[in-house]
Design a protein around this ligand. Structure first.
Ligand code: LLP
Length: 421
């Protein structure tokens, strides 16, 4: 459920007509609903009730400071994967004790930053990284709580570019080598081994891969405890999918995911962390665009929008489906027309959808891409020198621009001309 609905024939974000925002901000823009963010965060929190737990929002999914500040106010922890994300979480008021540092290639500078500012735990992904963190912590005279990310070799049954838990993926250490790697970590000064981390992929639409991975983690917990490690925390990653297509194979709900976690892991008495990104932010955001032209091609009509692959790259990058709806409510049972929905960027890949049934649209009409709140604005670029797409946040009947569209001058003036040119 989200808070983007038609009222009086106009698509609203909560109580604000999106057309009103468009009139002020111009298109394209992203718009987020605080009510949806809150609802989705709380669903996870409630799903883990009864377990000692922390929901750490995966900052990579939507990292605008206003969104992070809002979630921090709800009590969210944060999962960060870079120094930049760590800095954002801290700037949003999240204490170090609620920040988990993940990521496959942390640099010394990033480690130092986290150790200075405080960190709940560092999730280690390899033995070389373990040794470097040990050296950095020892230099600084501190001890850092760590987990090791294990790769359970399960098939997440998701898009190949966002599956992370198969043996061939670059993430974590093979679970088959966990005992020796944990023994190595336990010998290193400056590290305190406290748990196990796993994350098998994103946009999972089935609980079984999670269940298989978590069973392996439960077995490993017992094995490592028998080896003398004090395993008290399990970080289960993120990955629960969202329904991108209305009425089509809906993924399991957070409450079902939570029930499965209770079944598989409650008996171990560990603290549980999860790192959802997409399910918290995905359906809490839309991208609004205007039709520039309707162009008739051979056997197809193109809807040429003022948004492009640089603003929302998911369709080009993962062949992802986003529902597209007009801002003006179509008459029920009215005519539909199949359009190829494209952007103005000079690449064939700049295609949002092919033969998409939509009500007849004309230049100047506006459409919203649903499910664009996660991995939308954060993956935007200025390719084709199109200024970075702005972001707007809605709460009830109020809205605010939370990232303004840069002017051409601002975009150009970020570059500098060498004195010798
Ligand atoms: N934790 C770790 C260690 C991760 O790598 C990720 C996502 C998450 C948590 C959050 O996963 P989520 O709950 O959002 O599925 N750009 C792609 C998605 C990449 C996901 C990367 N890692 C997309 O647009 O589909």
């Amino acid at each position: 459920m989200d808070h983007f609905n038609y009222k009086d024939g106009e698509l609203h974000a909560e109580d604000v007509p999106l057309a009103e925002i468009a009139a002020q901000v111009g298109t394209p823009f992203y718009c987020y609903s605080t009510a949806t963010l809150e609802r989705h965060f709380r669903l996870f929190d409630e799903a883990l009730e009864g377990l000692d737990h922390m929901v750490c929002f995966a900052v990579k999914a939507a990292s605008n400071q206003a969104i992070l500040t809002f979630l921090a106010g709800l009590g969210a922890g944060m999962d960060v994967v870079s120094g930049g994300e760590y800095a954002r979480a801290r700037a949003a008021g999240v204490p170090g004790a609620r920040i988990v540092f993940s990521g496959v290639g942390k640099t010394r500078a990033e480690m130092r930053m986290a150790l200075e500012g405080g960190v709940r735990q560092v999730n280690l992904e390899s033995e070389p990284e373990m040794e470097v963190l040990s050296a950095v912590a020892t230099e600084m005279g501190v001890e850092v709580p760590v987990t090791v990310r294990v790769n359970p070799d399960v098939d997440a049954r998701t898009h190949a570019k966002i599956a992370t838990g198969k043996a061939e993926n670059k993430f974590g250490i093979p679970i088959s080598r966990a005992r020796e790697v944990y023994a190595h970590a336990a010998r290193l000064p400056g590290l305190r081994v406290i748990g196990i981390d796993v994350h098998i992929g994103s946009q999972l639409t089935d609980l079984e891969p999670f269940r298989m991975a978590y069973r392996k983690v439960a077995d490993l917990t017992r094995t490592l405890r028998a080896d003398g490690h004090d395993i008290t925390r399990l970080d289960l990653g993120g990955g629960l999918g969202i329904p991108y297509e209305r009425g089509n194979n809906a993924p399991p709900l957070p409450v079902e995911y939570g029930r499965m976690i209770h079944q598989e892991l409650a008996g171990l008495g560990c603290e549980i962390e999860i790192e959802p990104g997409r399910l918290v932010a995905g359906n809490a955001g839309v991208m609004v665009a205007s039709v520039i032209y309707v162009k008739s091609g051979e056997g197809r009509d193109f809807l040429i929008l003022d948004a492009a692959m640089n603003d929302l790259v998911r369709p080009a990058m993962y062949d992802a489906h986003h529902d597209i709806v007009p801002l003006r409510e179509p008459a029920p049972g009215g005519d539909m027309h199949a359009y190829d929905v494209v952007g103005p960027v000079c690449e064939t890949g700049d295609t949002f959808a092919r033969a998409r049934p939509l009500p007849p649209l004309a230049a100047g009409d506006m459409v919203a891409f649903r499910g664009a709140g996660a991995y939308g604005a954060v993956m935007a670029s200025e390719y084709n020198s199109r200024p970075l797409v702005p972001e707007v946040l809605v709460k009830g009947d109020q809205f605010a621009v939370i990232r303004a569209r840069p002017s051409f001058d601002e975009m150009i003036n970020r570059d500098t001309i060498p004195p010798w040119l």
